[in-house]
Design a binder for this molecule. Structure first.
Ligand SMILES: CC(C)(COP(=O)(O)OP(=O)(O)OC[C@H]1O[C@@H](n2cnc3c(N)ncnc32)[C@H](O)[C@@H]1OP(=O)(O)O)[C@@H](O)C(=O)NCCC(=O)NCCS
Length: 341
């Protein structure tokens, strides 16, 4: 079945290839996770030309004859993690178990090893909350020699049934523990005077997050990279809602959270990074930033009904905050990794 397969690197100037990558990726994801937000077409079309700073992106398409049957997206970090290759292989249901995934994996890994990468990583759903397997990523990854180094859980907040009075009460009860701190909010572009502090917090993210057995260096984020990432994301058309906490005595940013809404998916938002500087923990700053940010999201994006977020299964503090807000576990995800040469 695999003899007639051919694999090409996506040409951003070929509209049929750009379209195939979008259609195959969405079909593969939504087949296993019908509740998941689809990828945003607008963002996809820009991103094939303008990748996020910090990694080179290579997208490969598998064809059987003239028919596109699978896609692989390979990110090669270029600021840090220079030995890593981050890979996503996506094959729609009707083309599975015919060797397409394996061929794409081999092709992308060979491409990475030829460029000095010795460790390949992937992220995929494993089971629902009750432990029932979802999709085929686990047997696929295991067949290719990867193992799960860190378990993540996706949690979902349904804003249509959120208890507004309880959230307001929680925020009011939290502020007395946070005397001497105040919040600051922005959208796609961070205020210039905060960028240095935000880059420091961002760089500490992996250092501060539980990493299990995953071998991943903390990202090197400096002010310039943060500024250029914001500028690129703005081109993707997504809207960001961000809240920081300022330590009034020093004027430094000591906590930060972000939510993003894709341009064409109006019902869904991703709750992203939340960080509190280690020296400023214990003042409810994590809960406060998240609640303040969420309330801005709700005021600005009345059609957003669902917010999803990922946490490492062992990240007890962040999970406690999310559960208090009303996020509930939906499914479990694996961070796959193996050495390659
Ligand atoms: C995972 C996925 C990419 C597999 O694609 P595929 O084209 O079906 O994979 P292949 O046919 O090349 O399978 C390679 C091997 O993986 C294992 N495998 C794949 N699917 C399997 C399944 N449903 N049950 C058991 N083993 C399976 C088998 O060992 C298989 O070899 P074999 O067919 O010779 O027994 C595809 O199911 C998919 O797109 N899923 C959704 C996205 C995803 O989870 N991607 C992985 C992210 S890292």
């Amino acid at each position: 079945m695999t003899q007639d397969l051919s694999i090409v690197e996506l040409d951003a100037d070929d509209p049929a290839q750009v379209d195939a990558a979008f259609t195959l990726g969405n079909a593969a994801i939504l087949a296993d996770l019908p509740d998941f937000p689809p990828n945003c077409r607008y963002e996809h079309d820009v991103r094939v030309r303008v990748p996020l700073p910090g990694a080179q992106r290579h997208t490969f398409l598998a064809y059987r004859g003239a028919e596109p049957v699978g896609v692989a997206v390979l990110d090669l970090p270029d600021h840090d993690n220079l030995d890593k290759a981050l890979l996503d292989v996506l094959v729609p249901k009707q083309h599975r178990r015919q060797g397409v995934g394996r061929a794409l994996f081999r092709h992308a890994v060979d491409f990475g090893t030829a460029r000095g990468r010795t460790s390949v990583m992937g992220f995929s759903v494993l089971t629902d909350e009750a432990g029932t397997p979802i999709g085929a990523a686990a047997p696929f990854a295991e067949a290719l020699g990867l193992s799960n180094k860190l378990l993540d859980v996706r949690r979902r907040l349904d804003l249509s049934s959120a208890d507004d009075a309880a959230l307001d009460r929680m925020l009011a009860e939290s502020w007395p523990k946070a005397a001497g701190y105040s919040t600051v909010q922005w959208g796609n572009t961070p205020p210039p005077e905060l960028v240095e502090d935000l880059a420091l917090l961002d760089s500490s993210f992996l250092e501060e997050s539980p990493m299990g057995e995953l071998d991943l260096e903390p990202e090197k984020v400096d002010a310039e990279r943060l500024r250029s990432a914001s500028a690129v994301r703005a081109q993707y058309g997504s809207r960001r809602y961000e809240t920081g906490v300022i330590h009034d005595a020093t004027g430094r940013v000591v906590a930060w959270t972000a939510i993003r809404v894709a341009k064409t998916i109006d019902w869904h938002a991703w709750q992203l990074i939340t960080l509190v500087h280690p020296e400023h923990r214990g003042h409810r700053l994590g809960l406060i930033t998240k609640l303040v940010n969420l309330s801005t999201l709700r005021a600005q994006e009345p059609s957003v009904r669902i917010v999803d977020t990922f946490n490492a299964e062992v990240n007890a503090h962040m999970i406690a905050i999310n559960e208090a807000i009303g996020f509930r576990a939906v499914d479990r995800w694996a961070n796959w990794q193996t050495s390659v040469s």
